[in-house]
Design a protein around this ligand. Structure first.
Ligand code: SF4
Length: 353
């Protein structure tokens, strides 16, 4: 046994954590039952996204697709529409593909088997552990950034938690500590502890149910943990987005099916650093076969992704001639624009149509 694990009375740790969880657990819609499909949907939505943001999306999604059957039968566009605004849209596409497989291969029953679950699209070790423990009560660790933070403090791990061997070490601690009787509550308790008490900044150690087991707190170094290499600064890319209206219709464009915001719709964007302000009209005609005149600037939108910033000047443009035979763009009625899934930055531009 690792020397660090020896300092903890495992039984007492579980007792303290689970007693606290029993009294303080957050009421979340996916906790109303242990339906593995709902646990799965919630865990995919919660990746990179806060609980408060996810709740209304989850409720809407489950109303529309209450079981794997309804989700599997939906079109990709319908699924993306329900995900609109949540970001990281490949999560939705992978979930959709994986649920189709569950319907085809397993009669709509989410497998309770680690190997089968692990082969489904978008189900990585974290999601697999979360489904197996929360829905099927199996003692599987579910380690995300929150769990890494809590455990790096509990065991005073001063190495970089983004490194593989350090993650493995933390996983071994979770495996030692996880309750065999109630792994579902154990993993959810750690998630709640990380979200409400052992928060990234200013952890509330005096209120923490496991503070007497915590090496980081004992040595007063909890706020310096976890150690993590700094993320690279995001690069800013500038665009001009064009709002091109003709009577009650407007031009929109479908993004490519690979890469950032794949398959979502947007107002056409000009990569302005390459094209230059004076050549927008010429470039647009060459690219899409639509002759336009640039009009006034309507505003600016900045959108921050994890690795990139979009700085978009939004302009109105008049359509002079439309010989469009480009399959990417489409002229749609302005009152039907809400049928198409748009990323957040372009949803904001709808105010100008
Ligand atoms: Fe986190 Fe403090 Fe609790 Fe340790 S005592 S687990 S640092 S909140």
């Amino acid at each position: 046994m690792d020397e660090f694990i020896k300092h903890i009375n495992i039984w007492q740790f579980q007792e303290d954590l689970l007693t606290w969880y029993d009294k303080n657990k957050r009421e979340l819609p996916w906790r109303e039952d242990s339906d593995p499909y709902k646990v799965w949907v919630s865990e995919i939505m919660l990746q990179q996204t806060k609980v408060d943001t996810v709740i209304p999306y989850f409720e809407r999604f489950i109303r529309k697709f209450p079981s794997p059957y309804e989700l599997a039968a939906a079109s990709q566009e319908e699924v993306l529409k329900m995900w609109e605004g949540l970001g990281y849209y490949s999560r939705a596409k992978n979930l959709h593909e994986a649920v189709k497989e569950v319907v085809e291969k397993y009669d709509g029953n989410v497998p309770d088997d680690a190997e089968k679950l692990g082969t489904l699209k978008g189900v990585g070790p974290y999601t697999k552990g979360a489904i197996l423990s929360i829905a099927f009560n199996k003692p599987e660790p579910a380690i995300d950034g929150n769990v890494l933070r809590v455990f790096s403090r509990l065991f005073k791990v001063e190495d970089d938690i983004s490194k593989g061997p350090v993650k493995k070490r933390i996983e071994s601690y979770v495996k030692e500590l996880i309750s065999e009787e109630d792994p579902s509550s154990f993993n959810q308790a750690i998630m709640d502890l990380g979200a409400t008490i052992c928060t990234p900044k200013s952890p509330q150690c005096l209120l923490c149910p496991v503070n007497k087991h915590c090496l980081g707190f004992e040595e007063g170094v909890q706020e310096q943990l976890p150690v993590k290499k700094k993320a690279k600064k995001q690069k800013t890319v500038s665009y001009v987005a064009l709002i091109m209206k003709e009577k009650d219709r407007v031009i929109i464009e479908k993004r490519p099916s690979e890469g950032l915001l794949a398959d979502l719709w947007q107002f056409p964007m000009v990569p302005i650093e390459e094209v230059g302000m004076n050549h927008i009209e010429h470039w647009f005609y060459g690219e899409y076969g639509v002759e336009i005149h640039l009009q006034e600037k309507l505003g600016n939108i900045r959108h921050v992704f994890s690795h990139l910033i979009w700085d978009i000047d939004v302009y109105e443009a008049k359509i002079i001639q439309n010989e469009n035979n480009d399959t990417r763009i489409r002229m749609v009625k302005t009152d039907s624009i809400d049928d198409f899934p748009f990323p957040v930055s372009h949803q904001k531009m709808k105010a100008w149509i």
